[in-house]
Design a protein around this ligand. Structure first.
Ligand code: PMP
Length: 460
């Protein structure tokens, strides 16, 4: 490889980074990741970095699995590409669909492929509206989602998401998307108990449906555990109430399993962990552990039957790409045969939970919440009152993330929450290293916030 400075200069000159202030990054230079093995990344300077984020919530199986590379190579030689439009199909798409139908809960038995989570959620908008149109209710178009949720970056999926900064830049949301508040007790629960707050937030769905008019609402979409918005674990009362409401009004429930799926919460799907029965699930990321771009929607028998009754004018060149399907199949085989999902549920998951929750003793951490292998730390200048920082939340989170990165640990920040989502194959010893590095980074962040006069409480 070329020297780091040369690579960084080329990167700054020609590469626009997603979700990044590229001009700012160009001044510092992006860290160049060159190789990875297990849960460890190597950079171009020879540093070893512990990956606490599984790439970007993707690499459930860990890096460097030769079986996945071999599956891709085999498939490329045999049949690198063919489409699944009209009258053709191929073996990897058939086998993967059948396997997903086995793994998915309840009557979710039918797969419509995409190459990413964003594409799949765009598909879901079309699916939900087509479903109602075919059932003779074309006015049922509104999809209800949540503020601060993330469902992708295309105009459709970005509209489903509730990131106001994103909406402001792209003329989003598109019509007939409605948002309600998220069940974030730590930040927004006020004097309510988590249980009261969970019910209050769920009932916003009922209020929204009544205000919009039940005859106009097609679906509600949410992650079982909100990941990208900051790993917001909902209070226990939330999902049962949501489930009651969608049933009462007969609207479709779409569970976005892009992060929660494929073992992350200790079950194959987050819907199982949270006791949800969705009509459609969005899948991506962990489906192939990020080794190939692939996503999709898994439909219930009922939804699939209605959609199959018409020509659904939607699809992507790479829907069910054979190489991506072959790699996903191999990934699912390994997750299953090596007992990775079980391990998260019964061994390393409980171990990580105990250690991660221990971080709540740090003076900067108000709350440590974790489900399976996804967790977050709410940073605060005042634990007792759950106060936010007077300074911009992003500034505080950014300082903490930088300290982690300097200590060769990848954690992410969303506002003033710090997030982990490690590869599911992380060992207990590696978990100890993660916790040690997180603690050291929190200490350094705390010292810097104090030195800069930023440990000051603000108001919500
Ligand atoms: N849904 C969720 C919950 C996600 O976290 C993401 C990606 N972070 C997406 C959808 C979009 O997936 P992709 O980036 O593959 O388009």
């Amino acid at each position: 490889n070329a020297p780091t400075a040369e690579l960084q200069a080329l990167d700054a000159a020609h590469h626009m980074h997603p979700f990044t202030h590229s001009a700012d990054l160009a001044k510092k230079g992006a860290r160049v990741i060159t190789r990875a093995e297990g849960v460890w990344l190597n950079d171009s300077e020879g540093e070893r970095i512990l990956d606490g984020m599984a790439g970007l919530w993707c690499v459930n199986i860990g890096y460097g699995r030769k079986e996945l590379a071999a599956a891709a190579a085999r498939q490329m030689e045999e049949l690198p590409y063919y489409n699944t439009f009209f009258q053709t199909t191929h073996v990897p798409a058939i086998q993967l669909s059948a396997r997903l139908a086995e793994l998915a809960p309840g009557n979710l038995n039918h797969v419509f492929y995409a190459s990413s989570g964003s594409e799949a959620n765009d598909t879901n908008i079309r699916l939900a509206r087509t479903y109602w149109a075919e059932k003779g209710a074309p006015e049922r178009k509104v999809i209800i989602s949540r503020w601060n949720a993330y469902h992708g970056s295309s105009v459709g999926s970005g509209s489903l998401g509730g990131m106001k900064g994103m909406h402001a830049q792209g003329g989003m949301p598109i019509p007939d998307i409605h948002h309600i508040d998220q069940p974030d007790w730590w930040s927004e629960g006020g004097d309510m108990t988590p249980e009261e707050f969970g019910l209050e937030r769920a009932r916003q769905l009922e209020q929204a449906i009544e205000e919009i008019g039940p005859e106009k609402v097609a679906a509600f979409i949410a992650e079982p555990v909100q990941g990208a918005g900051g790993v917001i674990v909902p209070p226990e009362t939330y999902w049962p109430e949501i489930q009651r409401i969608v049933k009462k009004y007969g609207i479709l429930l779409i569970a976005d399993e892009v992060i929660c799926g494929f073992g992350r919460t200790g079950n194959w799907f987050g819907s199982q962990t949270m006791g949800i029965t969705p009509d459609i699930m969005t899948i991506a990321k962990g489906l192939s552990s990020g080794y190939q771009p692939i996503g999709g929607s898994i439909l219930s028998d009922e939804v699939a039957e209605v959609i199959a009754g018409t020509e659904f004018n939607h699809g992507y060149t790479y829907s069910g790409h054979p190489v991506a399907c072959a790699v996903a199949l191999e990934n699912l085989r390994i997750l299953d045969e090596e007992g990775v999902v079980k391990q998260v549920a019964e061994e390393t998951g409980p171990y990580l939970k105990e250690k991660f929750e221990g971080l709540a003793a740090h003076p900067l951490v108000g709350e440590a919440k974790i489900v399976g292998f996804m967790g977050s730390l709410a940073l605060t200048p005042d634990k007792a009152s759950r106060a936010p920082f007077a300074a911009d939340a992003g500034t505080v989170g950014y300082i903490c993330r930088e300290r982690c990165f300097a200590n060769n640990l990848v954690m992410r920040h969303v506002g003033d929450r710090m997030i982990i989502s490690p590869p599911l194959v992380m060992s207990k010893e590696e978990i100890d290293t993660l916790i040690d590095r997180a603690w050291t980074s929190l200490d350094e962040c705390h010292a810097r916030l104090k030195a800069e006069g930023l440990m000051v409480a603000g108001t919500r």
